[in-house]
Design a protein around this ligand. Structure first.
Ligand code: PGA
Length: 264
């Protein structure tokens, strides 16, 4: 049972560059165990490193849990040293691809144009894109949050021919609230759930215009931790969470689930 009433939710785990292959395989096995009794209520997907992806996929084979790429290359094939295409991920069983994550946008200078190309490549490869959008602190302080989010959504989705039956997954990740409070003794900087809700409403309105009729899932990400997960999931506009650091150890996943009163 959950404090969230009958709400089922998405729990997407972005393992970033935190785990080795062996650690990823071990944690994927733990996930299978931790979530097995809650599979009806929680849609779980793991985003392992590119190196660990196939091994994690093997662990999850035959379960209700999915996995996805943290990053894909737009072009399908060719001279792109170090890259892995959406098609390659699709061919080994990935279901999702994170696209436009703020660490990709800011650390690796991915533009809205790149994001659009990757969305198209992911769809073509049969993957469901998890489009990440979010404003920086400076943009928020300048009152530009809505404008930035709308520009990111339009660039990624306007005029897209979206395959019928495939969901559209958007993650609102305020850049200023990502990766804070990594240790339990630090409070970190979090986005107020009511503020997150306002942006989720904007995303719902905008995507309804851009891709009318496509089923939408809107996740929140940005320092989701055991002490705040219930507050985010308690908002009806928040369909689930995209969790980074706190999804990378068994102990903190147990704490996250316990915080929303799931039996583990
Ligand atoms: P975080 O990461 O939970 O560590 O802030 C979330 C994300 O960047 O996807």
């Amino acid at each position: 049972m959950t404090v969230l009433g009958a709400k089922s939710f998405y729990f997407f785990s972005n393992w970033k560059m935190y785990l080795t292959v062996a650690e990823s395989v071990d944690l994927a096995k733990e996930y299978k165990d931790l979530f097995k009794d809650n599979a009806k209520d929680i849609t779980v997907a793991i985003f392992p490193s590119a190196l660990a992806a196939v091994a994690v996929g093997e662990v999850l084979e035959g379960t209700d849990f999915s996995w996805g790429a943290q990053h894909v290359c737009g072009p399908e094939k060719g001279g792109y040293t170090g890259e892995v295409s959406a098609a390659m991920y699709g061919s080994v069983g990935a279901k999702y691809a994170l696209i436009g994550h703020s660490e990709r946008r800011h650390l690796f200078h991915e533009t809205n144009h790149d994001v659009r190309q990757k969305i198209e490549a992911a769809l073509e490869a049969g993957l469901t894109p998890v489009l990440c959008v979010g404003e920086t602190r400076a943009e928020r302080e300048a009152g530009q949050t809505e404008e930035v989010i709308e520009i990111q959504l339009r660039a990624a989705l306007a005029g897209l021919s979206y395959p019928s039956g495939r969901k559209l997954v958007i993650a609102y990740e305020p850049v200023w609230a990502i990766s804070t409070g990594l240790h339990s003794e630090e409070a970190g900087i979090q986005c107020d759930p009511a503020e997150a809700t306002k942006v989720h409403r904007l995303i719902a309105r905008t995507t309804e215009v851009l891709l009318a009729g496509v089923e939408r899932v809107i996740l929140f990400g940005g320092s989701v931790r055991p002490h705040n997960i219930a507050a985010y999931l308690g908002e009806s506009e928040i369909d689930g969470v995209l969790v980074g650091a706190a999804s990378t150890t068994k102990e903190s996943v147990v704490e996250l689930l316990s915080a929303v009163h799931f039996q583990v």
